[in-house]
Structure formats: C-alpha cells, structure tokens
Ligand binder design. Structure first.
Ligand code: GDP
Length: 199
C-alpha cells in the first residue's frame, strides 16, 4: 500500500459529509505544529500530500487520504488542536466534529495521538485522550521530532507517558518514537498500519 501513490480524497467540517466507508480507517491527531503533516508525508512518501490539509481553510477539517488504487486503508488527518488564537466557538465546533467522528465511524481502527517529544503531554492532549477513552476508540501515542530531543530527556518522557497510559482503558501501552526528518520509526509505523488494515 505504501508503494502506491497516495491521493487526497476529501475534506470536510461536517459529520454528514464524511466520505463513504471503504476499508479500515486510521486517524492522526495532535496539537498544531506537532509535526503531523511532516509525519503523514513521510509515511505516504509524498512530499506535499498533507500540505493540502495545512492550507488555510483546510486546517479545521477532517482530511482523508487513500492509496491511488486500493482503498483498503484510509488515513484521516484530524484538525490540529491547541491554537492559541482559536475562539471558544471554534473549539466547540471542533470538539463536536471530533466526538461525532470518533463515536460514529465503525471502520476507525486506531487513532495515533502525536506528542512533541520535547514538550510531552499538555492539557489539550490529556483532554483528547480522555475523549478517546470515553468513546472507546483504540489509540496509541507517537512521539514526534525525536531527533531534537536528548536521549536522557527522551527516556524520561517515555517513562512518564507510558506510566500515564497504564490507567487508560483504550490506550496502547507502548509509545512509538518517530522523526520525519531522520526517517526514524517510519517503517515501524507503516508496518503497524498494514497489520491494522489486514486484521
Ligand atoms: P503540523 O502543524 O503538526 O502539521 O506540523 P508540521 O509537520 O507542519 O511541522 C511543524 C514544524 O516542525 C515544521 O517546522 C517542521 O519542519 C518541524 N518538524 C516536523 N517534523 C520534524 C522532525 O521529525 N524533526 C524535526 N527536527 N523537525 C520536525
């Protein structure tokens, strides 16, 4: 699947406009600037695929990508959260869309929650994980930009995050480490996604 070219399918702010259900869906969530577009580009092997979802107007939508010839795996790029400038109304609309999507998407197999390895968990990330636990959607934490973090700091963050995950019913216990710049963890993430799409 990752040898194929990936296409942008669809973007929407509305639950009733989601694309038809085709195969397994895997979603990526994270604070804005966490490195989500870079990671999606690294995974799909397209330099500018997720730029589509980073252009103004698309940033608050759910954006869907699929391999050109094979819709057995669909990636959903969820809107980045934690904008300092977002209004209460925007945050409320975002929360509603996300909740509807998480609760109402039967083919959603996993959400990867991206966390910047330099910053660790922020209150917004905790809220998102609370929502995922409540919606009983399987999720896993992915640390991004590990090339920028010293090994000792990285170990501390991993320990702290994994300890917190133990208490969370829908969370995968293990944290994945990635760097889109240095291509660390990309092959691992791809193979896990393939397994999820088959299982
Ligand atoms: P998004 O807002 O979550 O989509 O984040 P972007 O993918 O646009 O990345 C935000 C910033 O972090 C950009 O300046 C990227 O160049 C940088 N960045 C993303 N991934 C990595 C990485 O793996 N390593 C390093 N050092 N920087 C990264």
């Amino acid at each position: 699947l990752f040898a194929q070219s990936w296409d942008f399918m669809w973007g929407t702010k509305f639950f009733h406009q989601l694309p038809p259900i085709e195969g397994v869906e895997i979603a990526f969530a994270g604070r804005s600037n966490v490195g989500k577009s870079s990671l999606l580009n690294a995974i799909t092997g397209r330099k500018s695929l997720a730029r589509t979802s980073n252009t103004p107007g698309r940033t608050k939508e759910l954006n869907f990508f699929r391999p050109e010839k094979d819709p057995t795996l669909v990636i959903c790029d969820m809107p980045g959260y934690g904008y300092a400038r977002a209004s209460k109304k925007e945050v409320a609309a975002w929360n509603e869309l996300i909740l509807d999507y998480l609760r109402g998407r039967p083919n959603l197999r996993r959400v990867y929650v991206l966390i910047d390895s330099r910053h660790g968990l922020k209150p917004n990330d905790i809220e998102v994980m609370d929502t995922l636990d409540k919606a009983a959607v399987n999720y896993q934490v992915v640390l991004t930009k590990v090339d920028k973090t010293k090994l000792n700091d990285l170990k501390k963050i991993i320990g702290k995050v994994e300890l917190g995950l133990k208490k969370r019913p829908a969370a995968h216990p293990e944290v994945l480490l990635t760097s889109s710049d240095k291509k660390i963890g990309i092959a691992r993430l791809r193979s896990e996604m393939l397994l999820l799409s088959e299982g």
